[in-house]
Design a protein around this ligand. Structure first.
Ligand code: GLP
Length: 258
């Protein structure tokens, strides 16, 4: 695992967008795994500006998102479809047939999960998967206790996740109770994982991820087993790491898997 420590949210966003930009510019047929939430908002903003100012060709890029709420259609203000439109897709030269998210209003949700998992394989697997992290250690919507072998599936959201995401909705009751998410096994198939974290509320989860034991009760810890994981996190998010881990990160931006 590689850990890049930055000073603050903006710097995290700049580093992440640089990385994504170079891949979009340099790799043909790139499959980009995308995340939602508050964390990557600025990353998408900076990335959008760079793509447009350098007139980058995105015609061979495919994007595939981690998750979608069940019960919200693509046009719903709080759907992740709409989030991606607002923060990225509508600002860059990419067409709807190049972008993929699970359908949260599919009649047959199990069939939808299967379709999504197969789609990922059909387009060649994810090259770079962008991730945020929940304060309870969830990735995508894989809540604590999710078996590591799960592929794309339906989840019931944890109370803490619904509370954390209520800030995007006009009332707590509107926050969906379920979602479709890529599973842990799906995420682990990605060739590279880039996880972003900013702020104190992520410090416990990051400590677990970097220093803790690998356990299904903190889903993000599985990433210790990923051969190509990069974490870009600010001081606050890394503030609970032990002194020796921090020294190692500061010395070379890198610590090996635990
Ligand atoms: C959400 C998303 C995750 C996201 C996480 C953290 O529930 N499903 O993909 O990484 O929670 O969100 P935020 O970046 O807003 O803290």
């Amino acid at each position: 695992m590689k850990v890049i420590q930055v000073d603050h949210y903006k710097q995290m966003s700049e580093k992440a967008s640089d990385m994504l930009f170079e891949s979009i510019k340099g790799e043909k047929n790139l499959v980009l795994g995308l995340a939602t939430g508050g964390t990557p908002v600025k990353t998408y903003e900076i990335l959008t500006t760079r793509i447009n100012s350098e007139k980058v060709d995105m015609s061979t890029v495919q994007t595939i998102n981690l998750d979608e709420y069940i019960g919200l259609d693509a046009k719903h203000l709080n759907s992740y479809h709409q989030y991606m439109e607002d923060h990225f897709f509508k600002h860059v030269p990419i067409s709807p047939d190049q972008t993929h998210l699970p359908n949260g209003v599919a009649n047959d949700l199990d069939a939808e999960c299967k379709r999504y998992e197969e789609l990922i394989d059909t387009i060649g697997g994810v090259d770079i998967q962008l991730l945020g992290i929940g304060s309870n250690g969830h990735i995508g919507f894989n809540e604590p206790g999710t078996p590591f072998h799960e592929t794309t599936h339906v989840v019931e959201l944890a109370k803490s996740t619904r509370e954390a995401n209520a800030r995007f909705f006009s009332s707590d009751e509107e926050v969906p109770t379920h979602a479709i998410t890529m599973g842990i096994a799906t995420i682990m198939k990605s060739k590279q994982v880039v996880l972003l974290a900013s702020g104190k509320s992520k410090a416990d989860a990051l400590k677990q991820l970097i220093e803790g034991e690998v356990t299904e009760s903190c889903p993000a810890t599985v990433l210790q087993n990923h051969p190509n994981l990069m974490i870009i996190a600010d001081h606050e998010a890394l503030s609970k790491l032990s002194k020796s881990t921090l020294e190692q990160i500061e010395a070379n931006n890198y610590i090996s898997s635990t």
